[in-house]
Write a protein that binds this ligand. Structure first.
Ligand SMILES: Nc1ncnc2c1ncn2[C@@H]1O[C@H](COP(=O)(O)OP(=O)(O)OP(=O)(O)O)[C@@H](O)[C@H]1O
Length: 235
């Protein structure tokens, strides 16, 4: 589903170039629930931004469902991302002039879904996230945790092919965080690939594969670790 080959990203500031992703090559399958870990500054958010198709200042190859993302122009990339990807941002990225219900509805507006069905999906999602009473409020009228829930609801409502989440539960208390991770697990079992960045061991435990970045390099990757050892295959 996702294939990155030698993806590199650097930032230039004051004449010096700082590398944040170094020859990252990864394959992610549609059924995977991947956790990206690593120390602060290791490049985790940068990698997520590449996968989210928000960043185009990188080198290398990125294939998504057979589409060569590195060959798309900005509009084609944005269209593909809107159709296929849900993203939970660390800093929520809600639209300030839209209500909670309108923010949650946004991904559906890019799809060809009848109005009545859309309304039912939004109502159902508001209910699941216990936000019905808040549906007409604007983001600035919500707490940080409530804004985070709206961001999560918006990323999940259209059952994207790929869900990306950057510290998705950082502002939630542990019970809420656990409920969100259960929702992620269910979404994954229904066919959404998930890539989450987290420092939380509890959240990481929901993943089926763990990738550790250090200084922009893939330092370790548990992919394949669950495969049976060679002698078992032979016997
Ligand atoms: N817009 C930018 N301009 C310059 N440098 C940047 C920019 N964005 C990120 N960086 C640098 O890239 C490096 C990797 O940042 P990134 O946010 O990907 O790390 P991270 O692993 O997600 O860290 P954290 O766990 O603290 O969120 C850091 O050294 C950061 O300072």
């Amino acid at each position: 589903m996702i294939e990155l080959k030698n993806v590199e990203r650097s930032y230039r500031a004051g004449g010096t170039e700082t590398w944040v992703l170094r020859r990252v090559s990864l394959t992610i399958q549609p059924w995977e629930f991947v956790t990206i870990m690593g120390p602060s500054g290791a490049g985790k958010s940068s990698l997520l931004n590449v996968l989210a198709m928000l960043d185009d200042q990188w080198k290398g190859e990125f294939d998504f469902d057979g589409v060569a993302v590195h060959r798309l122009n900005r509009k084609q990339r944005a269209d593909l991302a809107r159709q296929k990807i849900g993203m939970v941002f660390q800093s929520y990225h809600l639209l300030d002039d839209m209500t909670v219900a309108e923010n949650i509805d946004l991904p559906l507006s890019y799809k060809d879904i009848p109005r009545s069905e859309r309304q039912a999906m939004v109502a159902d999602t508001l209910d699941r996230f216990q936000m019905v009473a808040k549906k007409d409020l604007y983001p600035h009228q919500l707490s940080g945790g409530q804004q985070q829930l709206v961001g999560i609801a918006r990323a999940m409502i259209h059952k994207p092919a790929l869900l990306l989440a950057d510290e998705p539960t950082g502002n939630l208390h542990s019970k809420q965080a656990q409920e969100i991770m259960e929702m992620f697990r269910q979404l994954n079992q229904e066919g959404t690939a998930i890539v989450q960045v987290t420092h939380s061991e509890a959240n990481a435990a929901y993943g089926t594969r763990s990738i550790e970045l250090r200084d922009g390099w893939v330092h370790s990757d548990t992919a394949g670790a669950a495969e049976p050892p060679l002698q078992e295959v032979r016997s």
